[in-house]
Ligand binder design. Structure first.
Ligand code: HEM
Length: 477
């Protein structure tokens, strides 16, 4: 009928600028957590002209990502997102529908296939070995290590091997553009907030910047893909797979076989490769940097983890592989606790594909919906001393990030859940196990770890504002 919709409650909004003044001033996931504690687990905001609902409790998250998953399986769109997501041809920002489903299935099956898992189990130790060599050299001279930079580089290299087969000549530029695009997406860009205004469109730099960044990314994609096509043609192995196939090989083979029900262009392949790259690198990198920061801040936790690792692995090991790590129960609790306190993507973007009633409120088609995974995993109604870093809280329970416990959703849940959980946590485990087995980490100049600055940086992937510089304790192995 014509009844007025009953929207979720939200802060007082100004005409034109909506609730922007409420959220734009600081880290949005924190500001929204504070606001939601006042207005409730479903909170309505007008971000500029764009109706938005923020979801901030386990119960509300389950209603959105489980009970009504299909209705909320869309992703937001906006001028900058449409450019970044290649008009929906990738995976992460593709609209819910058949092309997305086929692409996601292919990539997920490939990344999780036993062949690819075996391949990556061989590759990760190589990459971690490079890192260890660098760290050992620094340790021998007493220099501090920029851990943030090094774990990010590790994550980039591992993902790059999975997706593109190895470092590619333009990798540095690719990463720089990705960084810039993430900053543009995390900011509240005027054209996204006022889509109907031609004036704003004309004035705004956001769309122009994104177009330039993404154009550059597309050119690099095209170069890499054309190069590989030429190499495949020369090797005449187009139909057969080898043990060293990366995701690019797999997609090209499917393209050659015409295996999709939609046109699979080089541009689409590029969009998918970029999406996997973008979804995988910074998330895993910042999770590792938060892990090392929390461990240094909690020396007793680091010591306990080292005891476990050194006991399980025995003495005198060089580099080890993921299959050596099955017995590291405390390590896995640490990883969970890091992802609870520092979910790398704190605001999970969805979009309502149809009208739904949730908790008695109307959520209207076209509304952008952000699930605040950060607020949910710090909810005092679900977690004891939620602000404290305490891996032991995961002892003797089954609580997991697999998308069945809605108070803990760093990877989301439902149809859109992150397909890279195993890939990402495997990289985290092997990196942390090696870094802790071989070295004792402390702050440089005997600084007191209690005062380590944990300020977050603004962006859709939330890392540390200040790079983590670490040095070495006296009991080096
Ligand atoms: C610690 C590491 C990671 C975290 C915290 C993380 C987190 C997330 C989250 C929260 C989502 C949205 C889920 C939802 O809407 O319910 C997501 C989506 C996605 N992630 Fe991850 N991710 C990580 C690592 C990875 C890795 C390693 C890969 C690939 C190898 C990856 C690929 C993707 C893709 C392709 C999507 C989009 C799925 C879709 O829209 O259908 N992620 N991730």
């Amino acid at each position: 009928g014509n009844r007025k919709p009953r929207l979720p409650p939200g802060p007082w909004t100004l005409p034109i600028i909506g609730s922007l003044h409420q959220v734009a001033s600081m880290l949005p996931h924190r500001r929204m957590m504070d606001l939601s504690r006042r207005y409730g687990p479903l909170m309505h905001l007008m971000l500029g002209e764009v109706p938005t609902v923020i979801v901030s409790s386990a119960e509300a998250a389950a209603l959105v990502m489980k009970t009504n998953d299909l209705a909320f399986a869309g992703r937001p769109h906006s001028a900058t997102l449409d450019i970044f997501g290649c008009g929906g041809r990738g995976i992460v920002f593709a609209p819910y529908g058949d092309p997305w489903r086929q692409m996601r299935k292919v990539c997920t099956m490939e990344l999780l296939s036993s062949k690819q898992v075996r391949r990556m189990d061989g590759i990760r130790p190589e990459q971690v070995g490079n890192l260890l060599r660098y760290v050992a050299a620094a340790a021998s001279t007493g220099a501090a290590v920029d851990v943030s930079e090094k774990v990010m580089a590790l994550s980039n290299d591992v993902v790059s091997r999975a997706v593109f087969g190895g470092k590619f000549p333009q990798q540095e530029e690719y990463l720089r553009e990705l960084d810039e695009a993430f900053v543009l997406l995390g900011g509240f860009c005027l054209v996204d907030l006022f889509p109907s205004s031609q004036l704003v469109r004309w004035l705004s730099n956001g769309e122009r910047h994104m177009r330039r960044s993404y154009g550059h990314i597309q050119r690099i994609n095209a170069d890499v893909i054309e190069g590989r096509k030429a190499a495949r043609a020369a090797a005449q192995d187009d139909a057969s797979s080898t043990d060293d196939d990366d995701l690019l090989d797999v997609l090209l083979r499917l393209q050659e076989k015409d295996a999709f029900t939609f046109p699979m262009t080089t541009e689409s392949i590029g969009a998918v490769l970029f999406d996997i790259f973008a979804g995988a690198t910074q998330t895993t990198g910042v999770a590792l940097e938060w892990a090392m920061a929390e461990l240094v801040r909690h020396p007793e936790t680091m010591a306990k983890a080292q005891l476990e690792i050194r006991e399980v692995l025995g003495q005198g090991r060089a580099v080890f592989t993921n299959s050596d790590l099955a017995g590291l129960h405390y390590m896995r609790m640490i990883i969970k606790e890091v992802l609870r306190l520092h979910p790398p993507g704190p605001l999970i973007p969805r979009r309502a594909r149809e009208d739904r009633k949730v908790m008695g409120f109307d959520m209207l088609e076209g509304t952008n919906v952000y699930i605040n995974a950060f607020a949910v995993s710090r909810d005092p109604n679900c977690w004891e001393s939620p602000e404290e870093f305490k891996p032991e809280r995961f002892e003797n329970n089954n609580m997991d990030y697999n998308g069945t416990y809605f108070e803990f959703i760093p990877f989301g849940a439902g149809r859109r859940q992150c397909p890279g959980i195993l890939f990402g946590t495997s990289t985290m485990e092997i990196a942390l196990a090696n870094l802790l087995y071989h070295f004792d980490w402390v702050l440089p100049d005997k600084a007191n770890p209690e005062f380590l600055d944990m300020t977050e940086k603004y962006g859709i992937i939330v890392g540390r504002k200040y790079d983590l510089q670490l040095s070495f304790g006296p009991t080096l192995l």
